[in-house]
Design a protein around this ligand. Structure first.
Ligand code: ZN
Ligand code: FE
Length: 252
C-alpha cells in the first residue's frame, strides 16, 4: 500500500492509498474530487473506497463527484455521522476494522472535534489517518465535543507505537509550533522541531506526516502531564490543563 499526499483547498491534505497489484485505490477525506480523479487517471487505478474521518465539508466535499465516476466505491464513516456524510454506505463503530489492499485498519473512535470523529489505524504499516483530531504540533478545535472527550481521544492516539506515521488532514504545523513555544518554550525537542518545520515551509514542503514519537515530545496537547504545561496553564488535573491549553490556542 502506497500513501500519496494530495494538497487541496488552502491547507488540506487528501490521502490516496494505492494498490498497484490490483490497480485499486482508496481515498481518505476527499475535500474535493478533482485532484483525486486526476491522480486516479494517472495511476490507472479504480477507486474502491472512501474513508471519511468526520462530516466537515473540507473532508467529504468530494464524495459525490467521486461516486459519480466510481459508483461502486464504498463510503465509510462513523455511525454517529449517519446522515451527515454524503453517500455513506458503511457505518463504523469503535474497534471495527476496514480493509484495503489486504491491510486491516482499526477504527478508533476519537470524538471531540466533532461528536462522530473516527481515525483509521493501519497497525501493520504503522499509518494513522486522524483527520482533525491530532495535528502535527496541535489538535482540532472542539466544535461538538467536551475537553474530557478530546483528552480521551488524544490519549488513545498518544498510546500508539512511537514510529506510527501521523497523517493529519491539515498543514497547520508551523502555526501550531509557534503556539507551542509560548507554553513549552524550554523544550529543546520543540525548539529543534520548530527550526525544521520553518525550513520545510520556506520551500513549501509538507511537514506531514510526523510520528507519534515526535508528537509525544513536542505537541503540547499530548503533554498535559508535563510540569511545563502544568505551569503554563496553572492546573494539574489533565482535563483542566488540556481545556486551558485549548482555550489559549483558540485565542492565539
Ligand atoms: Zn473538521
Ligand atoms: Fe478540517
Amino acid at each position: 500500500m502506497r500513501v500519496l499526499q494530495l494538497p487541496a483547498l488552502r491547507d488540506n491534505y487528501i490521502y490516496l492509498l494505492h494498490n498497484p497489484d490490483t490497480a485499486t485505490a482508496a481515498v481518505v477525506d476527499p475535500a474535493v474530487a478533482e485532484p483525486v480523479l486526476e491522480k486516479l487517471a494517472e495511476l490507472g487505478a479504480e477507486l474502491v473506497a472512501i474513508f471519511n474521518t468526520h462530516h466537515h465539508h473540507d473532508h467529504v466535499g468530494g464524495n459525490r463527484q467521486l461516486l459519480e465516476r466510481y459508483p461502486r466505491a464504498r463510503v465509510y464513516g462513523s455511525q454517529v455521522d449517519r446522515g451527515r456524510i454524503p453517500g455513506q454506505t458503511v457505518e463504523l463503530k469503535a474497534g471495527e476494522t476496514v480493509e484495503f489492499a489486504g491491510r486491516l485498519a482499526k477504527v478508533l473512535f476519537v470524538p471531540g472535534h466533532t461528536r462522530g470523529h473516527i481515525a483509521y489505524y493501519f497497525s501493520e504499516s504503522g499509518d494513522l489517518f486522524c483527520g482533525d483530531t491530532l495535528f502535527a504540533g496541535g489538535c482540532g478545535r472542539l466544535f461538538e465535543g467536551t475537553p474530557e472527550q478530546m483528552l480521551g481521544s488524544l490519549d488513545q492516539l498518544r498510546q500508539l507505537p512511537e514510529a506510527t506515521r501521523v497523517w493529519c488532514a491539515h498543514e497547520y504545523t508551523l502555526n501550531n509550533l509557534r503556539f507551542a513555544l509560548t507554553v513549552d518554550g524550554d523544550n529543546p525537542d520543540l525548539q529543534a522541531r520548530y527550526q525544521q518545520v520553518a525550513a520545510l515551509r520556506q520551500t513549501g514542503s509538507p511537514t506531514v506526516p510526523s510520528t507519534i514519537g515526535e508528537e509525544r515530545c513536542t505537541n503540547p496537547f499530548l503533554r498535559w502531564d508535563q510540569p511545563a504545561l502544568q505551569a503554563a496553564t496553572g492546573a494539574q488535573d489533565p482535563v483542566r490543563v488540556f481545556a486551558r491549553l485549548r482555550g489559549m490556542k483558540d485565542q492565539f
